[in-house]
Design a protein around this ligand. Structure first.
Ligand code: PDD
Length: 286
């Protein structure tokens, strides 16, 4: 079955879904995106993603293309039209396609480009990697200084994932001034005793929607949370490590730069947080 994709107001088969070669997303990475997971045909953390989309758009002086309700409607329509049970919905908004290539932003007459499509991942919540944990390598964080804006400039994260693959690892954690910033497409955590440690929010990292939910659930479950910087050495020496994102939920990290973390198997805290996150998110899904 051909996927049905949303492009600028129309639902079309993926082969017919096109945007202009002058689109600023294509020419200048002048666009922002969101990835919302779908479990059992329902959207996880939709509100959080809608709020962050607005934050990204505001930060780049881009107008909101439509209301939150209209966005929700498109997400739901795509779930139905593609018979999606488990997977993700990718949403991208760019500053549109002016008549020519120009560094200056176009005027308000140029409409934003809005594209949404589904990615089916049956059994996504039961990913085998969650049982074994993943390995990461460390790489320097050479991204730009506004990582809190979810832009489509994903070349370095892509390179980071390729560096990890070449090293026989699953992913990479980025390091700046000696401290871990985040994973290539996820937030990074360590656990020491009963304490969950993760870098505080700033322009240095993306403000993960899964991060916000997981930290809230952790605090509600009386777990201690410390938002501070940590090094790769501290992480290698920790009892546990894990990552969070809309596509991996809570995923244990069992090896960092070749060194086993804790017992080298998924830890108690990460496993518990994954269970709580999945259970609570499913309950709140829309
Ligand atoms: N990535 N940090 C970075 C750099 C990310 O790209 C992401 C998400 C996160 C986690 O954010 P959230 O919990 O809101 O998904 C942190 C998405 C999943 C992606 O690019 O596919």
């Amino acid at each position: 079955m051909s996927r049905i994709v949303y492009v600028n107001g129309d639902y079309v088969p993926e082969a017919d879904a096109t945007v202009s070669v002058f689109d600023r997303g294509f020419l200048m990475a002048d666009g922002v995106y969101e990835v919302t997971s779908v479990l059992g045909g329902k959207l996880i953390d939709f509100d959080g993603h809608a709020v962050r989309l607005k934050r990204s758009l505001d930060a780049l002086d881009m107008a909101e293309p439509m209301s939150k309700d209209a966005l929700l409607e498109i997400h739901r329509e795509l779930v139905i039209r593609n018979d999606l049970t488990d997977g993700m919905i990718y949403l991208q908004v760019t500053r549109g396609a002016p008549a020519d290539r120009d560094f200056a932003f176009p005027g308000p007459d140029v409409a934003p480009t809005v594209v949404l499509f589904t990615q089916s991942k049956p059994g996504m919540a039961e990913a085998p990697a969650a049982k074994t944990g993943i390995s990461v390598i460390s790489i320097p964080d050479i991204r730009w200084g506004r990582r809190d804006i979810k832009t489509v400039q994903l070349l370095y994260p892509s390179m980071g994932k390729m560096m990890a693959k070449a090293a026989g690892a699953d992913d990479a954690w980025m390091v700046e001034d000696g401290f871990v910033t985040e994973g290539t497409s996820n937030n990074a955590y360590i656990v020491k005793g009963d304490k969950i440690i993760t870098r505080g929010l700033s322009t240095d990292i993306l403000h993960g929607i899964t991060r916000a939910a997981v930290l809230r659930f952790a605090r509600e479950a009386q777990m201690q949370v410390e938002e501070r910087n940590f090094t790769i050495e501290e992480a290698q020496d920790a009892d546990e490590a894990f990552i969070t994102s809309a596509s991996t939920f809570v995923m244990p990290v069992v090896e960092i730069d070749g060194a086993a973390v804790g017992a080298g198997t998924p830890g108690r805290v990460a496993k518990r947080l994954r269970e709580i996150y999945l259970e609570e998110s499913r309950k709140a899904a829309v």
